[in-house]
Ligand binder design. Sequence first.
Ligand code: F6P
Length: 323
Amino acid sequence: MRRIAVMTSGGDAPGMNAAIRAVVRTATAYEMEVYGIRQAYKGLLAGDIERLGNREVSGILQRGGTILQTARNKEFMEEPGQKRGLRRLNEHGIDGLVVIGGDGSLRGAMALCRLGVPVIGIPGSIDNDIYGTDMSIGVDTALNTILDAIDRIRDTATSHERAFLIEAMGRNCGYLAMMSSILGGAEVVHIPERPMDVEQIGQALEDAYLRGKNHAIAVMAEGANPKIYEVKDYLDKSTQVGFEVRVVILGHTQRGGSPTAFDRLLATRMGVKAVQFLNEGKSGVMVGVQGSHIGYVPLEEVVATKRDFDLEKWTEIAHILSR
Ligand code: F6P
């Protein structure tokens, strides 16, 4: 294998640049040529492909976002789009591909692999919803951003004796909300995997008040129902809760920012490993971290399996520690 390409796809995640850099420099060390595909599958279909050398990835290690940009692309979900993508790769003589992204991006990678392209996936998504790896690139940075926000919000919550509903990202997965609620000392956590109704949320906040707390924080995953403003409306009308209630939606602040040391290290190790796997002739796998070991999992398994983060255990811990 002499010419490989790399792309970042789906939602950007801090650490993607560190992974691109590791891919480019490792490939260069193995005397491979590297091409960067801009804006993921959309750019692949448009032939937006350019040579990346070691100098093109200088000074990007500490930057959030992705220098290759990213996109979500519907056309590539269907076979005609995938075949067009294959033609583009062939036109550029590319005989190996590294895809850095989330679940949908890895599905695209698998489709190309089925068409005969050697492909390695790297999990990049702040949600930590990708099967086959303990952590995905970007999760640690996003968690630290959320914790910083919770710490700040608690200062003002305590000063005014208020309850805050804080929305964390996570469309289908409550990992960020669960972990930030435990590590940020929240009183309530509301996630898609374990929905509560408005009365239960109100009761939990009221219980915190009755236990003598001078603030209460509920971390709510964006994908959890009822949504944050429905809960706020209920609490505003309810005479039950002793606290005045405010809402903070953290939104895309969670996706930006310089990657933490953990994310730089994870992304670097995964980028190096992805190229080593390609060099060894592996394909159709995603690099994953299990404990401290970097290994690989078949992409078929990754996209077919829902990641489980030991919900029972963490729910119990969250409950005990919020007393
Ligand atoms: O998958 C990552 C993520 O940040 C989710 O947590 C969130 O629901 C989604 O992307 C937001 O996507 P977009 O930036 O396209 O609005």
